[in-house]
Ligand binder design. Structure first.
Ligand SMILES: *Cc1c(COP(=O)(O)O)cnc(C)c1O
Length: 399
């Protein structure tokens, strides 16, 4: 089947909840992907940061095959020999005390909502049914009903109510607003270190440090959603390290498996995850041996191939290269490491058209919101590959 036929088939049977670019991919390797006609593209989205280690990383794929032939799933009704090793490695690497494995990012978010509520009732002493969680404007934490209920994006919510109560929003990047919003019923503040889906919004320097202090002073759990910013993307293993803080709970997902399998995790101090008792929470696939083996290997690849450092150094290089392109369309370039947003001026006609032109030149990007092009390639990218990309971005940004 060619591109047209595949797209027609997809449109005939599939729900229309996505509007992808019209490119049909069949193969990937490192930063590169190929479509069914044999055209090659650089993947500058990296599946929203799920393939930080690059497409089909041979070590991760081999581990996947090896473990798949031994044992895929036991359910948590029984133990498996991979889970404890995954626990040890992820806790040592991230300085966490306790971990709870899930599959998707949204499930990790749902898990933490349950955990901090129960922590609020049983440890902090909040009156039953009163627990409040504070989140930020323009947040993105996933697509389940509870999560979209505290989104400020109208389209995410429209037609899907009623929603779960118990959430409050404050402006992102404004520590004072958080302080004002906290009450005796506040159990947690959940925030992305950089808002990815909102258009790569970087908060002012010192913001995370300030919210850390405010949360500590008020006995409020600080939950960082690092599902997109974590695991090397911003040039640190976790983005919290840029400000030298430690969250009480950190959520990771996406690149945790190098994109080979859905794996997410809630990382926590012992106090918050410690509230769960047998029967309180679970997932059939969460913590299965295939997921654990793949995630361990994906973490080892990040460390042993110095991908975190590569993201820092080459992220800087990419950003400086973008800044050198003197385009009349660009309003602002921002980001950290290899999470970079190029915001176009309102009159530029929207980022989608630019992404389509980039596709014509062999670069796959996705607009976030209307006016931002996100550049977030796999962290295995090289300087020469960035130069290749920059020359094409320049052709598209300069009329
Ligand atoms: C992608 C993402 C999620 C949701 O992850 P899914 O695996 O798509 O459910 C949550 N939070 C952030 C910050 C994300 O970028």
């Amino acid at each position: 089947m060619d591109t047209k036929e595949i797209i027609a088939l997809e449109n005939r049977f599939g729900a229309r909840n996505y509007k992808p670019l019209d490119v049909v991919l069949e193969r990937g390797e490192g930063v590169w992907v190929w479509d069914v006609e044999g055209n090659r593209y650089m993947d500058c989205l990296a599946a929203y940061s799920a393939v930080n280690q690059g497409h089909c990383h041979p070590r991760i794929v081999n581990k996947l095959k090896e473990q798949a032939e031994k044992l895929c799933i036991t359910s948590r009704a029984f133990r498996n020999d991979q889970l404890s090793l995954f626990y040890r490695d992820i806790c040592e690497l991230t300085n966490s005390h306790m971990v709870l494995p899930m599959n998707s990012g949204a499930e990790a978010v749902e898990t933490v909502i349950k955990a901090v509520r129960k922590w609020g009732y049983t440890v902090k002493g909040v009156a039953d049914g009163k627990a409040e969680i504070i989140v930020c404007d323009n947040n993105f934490h996933g697509r389940t009903l509870t999560i979209i209920g505290f989104s400020t994006e109208e389209q995410y919510k429209e037609g899907f109510g009623p929603f779960t109560p118990g959430f409050k929003t404050v402006p992102f990047g404004d520590a004072e607003a958080l302080k004002q919003a906290i009450t005796e019923n506040t159990v947690a503040f959940m925030v992305e270190p950089i808002q990815g889906e909102a258009g790569v919004i970087v908060p002012p320097d010192g913001y995370l440090k300030a919210v850390r202090e405010i949360c500590s002073q008020n006995h409020v759990a600080l939950v960082l959603d690092e599902i997109q910013t974590g695991l090397g993307r911003t040039g640190r293993l976790l983005a919290e390290e840029h400000e030298g803080i430690e969250a009480d709970v950190t959520l990771i997902g996406k690149a945790l498996s190098g994109g080979c399998y859905p794996v997410s995790a809630v990382l926590s101090n012992a106090e918050v995850l410690g509230v769960f008792l047998p029967g309180d929470h679970g997932s059939t696939f969460g913590g299965n041996p295939l997921a654990c083996a793949v995630a361990r290997e994906a973490l080892m690849v990040l460390v042993e191939e110095n991908l975190v450092e590569n993201a820092a150094v080459l992220g800087d290089y990419f950003m400086k290269g973008l800044e050198r392109i003197k385009s009349p369309h660009v309003k602002e370039i921002r980001g950290k490491g290899l999470l970079i947003g190029v915001e176009l001026k309102a009159g530029a006609g929207g980022a989608r058209a630019f992404c389509e032109r980039l596709m014509g030149l062999g670069i796959l990007c996705k607009e976030t919101h209307e006016h931002v092009i996100r550049f977030a390639p796999p962290l295995v990218i090289t300087r020469a590959e960035i130069d290749w990309a920059l020359s094409r971005v320049e052709q598209v940004l300069i009329p």
